[in-house]
Design a protein around this ligand. Sequence first.
Ligand SMILES: Cc1ncc(COP(=O)(O)O)c(C=O)c1O
Length: 345
Amino acid sequence: MRHEHGGNIYAKKCDIDFSSNINPLGMSENVKKAFINSFEMSVFYPDPECTELRKKLSLKEKVDFSNIICSNGAAELIFSICFALKPQKALLASPCFAEYEQALNACGCVIERYVLKEENGFCFDEGFLNKITYDTDIVFFTNPNNPTGVLANAEYVDKLAERCLKTNTIIVFDECFLDFVLDSENYSAKRFLDNKNIIILKAFTKFYAMPGLRLGYGLFAEKDIALKVRSAMQTWSVSTPAQMAGIAALDDGIKYKKTVDYIENEKKYILSRISNLAYKVYGHSANFIFFKEMEDFDKLMLEKGILIRSCKNYNSLNGSFYRIAVKSRKDNERLIKAWTEIKRG
Ligand SMILES: Cc1ncc(COP(=O)(O)O)c(C=O)c1O
């Protein structure tokens, strides 16, 4: 069974989509131009090596060209890592992004779950570390976590990297939302890229607002592992429009620099308004907010044209948990208005 994600505006008609967490500043003009220009080039096959894009990523990330793999969204890499490395036993937190489970199931891997506790604000704790043993082949760890919005601190990231090195476990640090966090480099696992067992996942999808183009990448500590994963992928998985848009996005630093401040400001606005509305608010370290509300709150919101993410189908959550994106002030005001009306009855 496929897991239903946020952002499915095709199945759920709405005026505003708060269910997928995309940069509200939108796609930059340069990216749009690059996308249009890619039209002419699309009569040719895409560059299978994503050479230009990887060169730019190598400079940005300060990671060797051959340790970087580009993919059809970060989601493709999750599947390719599983197919290539064929782990027998994996550890996942509950709740976490559902594609890990989907990919691990598809390659026949046994999944052990560690339930993050509500009373602990869904924070990662020692219990998760203790679950990593010598027979754990792979761990997927999302920072900040989706859907909980909880950010693990640098000390915890250190402990996790250390533990996985000791147990010879591959650890995939999914940092697809980390660019939205203030001083993000302090929380990144990039400083452990000397450890041979580390993979870092990143996406253009959210920060550069291009979910429809499908572009992600992985930073691999080990060239051999990178090669193995690349061999499990089809040759032309990243289209020419996606490659050209990605190059333009990396060239357009100015627009995206404003993002973190913008998100912080709008998040403050939403949090101040919902503190008296929501049953309880949990994590909000990235560009989304995780909270508890009445059953069917998503349906009531949809009646007002607003699509929010019910987290009912996440492992270990129930129908009282929801996630909303942080969007533009105009959209956020509409969200608060609808929420207030629902609460007034
Ligand atoms: C934590 C996390 N990792 C990876 C992805 C996949 O990103 P992409 O759309 O680039 O495939 C998502 C998408 O929602 C996500 O939430």
